[in-house]
Design a binder for this molecule. Structure first.
Ligand SMILES: [Zn+2]
Ligand SMILES: [Zn+2]
Length: 119
């Protein structure tokens, strides 16, 4: 593979952000990978940040697969209760919020099952 910016130079790696080949002159070493020098460092850092966050979120879900279901389910029931039995002027909002939380609870339940299946 050749450097994207210098077709005569051999690439030593690929940019984390755009996956183009880079020669040593065009390489910015970020510690966790390389990026186009003076061009894609911020994007590559963002990608790394997001990857780490996703991994952490995924691990959290794996550790407590039902916490999201419980939280959203309880919140949904509370809001639905307010909506159905509370004062009329806020009931539609509360009912909508409650229904929304219950949908999230359902999604969390589906997601947690997918996590278990993956093991
Ligand atoms: Zn180059
Ligand atoms: Zn790049």
């Amino acid at each position: 593979m050749k450097c994207f910016y210098h077709p005569n130079e051999s690439a030593v790696g690929v940019c984390k952000a755009c996956s183009k080949g880079l020669c040593p002159d065009c390489t910015a070493d970020l510690g966790h990978g390389i990026a186009c020098k003076n061009k894609h460092e911020p994007r590559a850092e963002d990608l790394e940040f997001m990857t780490i966050k996703n991994i952490k979120a995924f691990r959290a879900v794996k550790k407590f697969p039902l916490s999201g279901v419980l939280f959203n389910g309880v919140m949904g029931l509370i809001f639905l209760g307010f909506g159905l039995f509370g004062r009329a002027e806020i009931s539609w909002l509360s009912t909508t919020l409650g229904a929304g939380f219950l949908v999230f609870a359902l999604l969390a339940l589906i997601q947690s099952q997918a996590v278990w299946r993956e093991k």
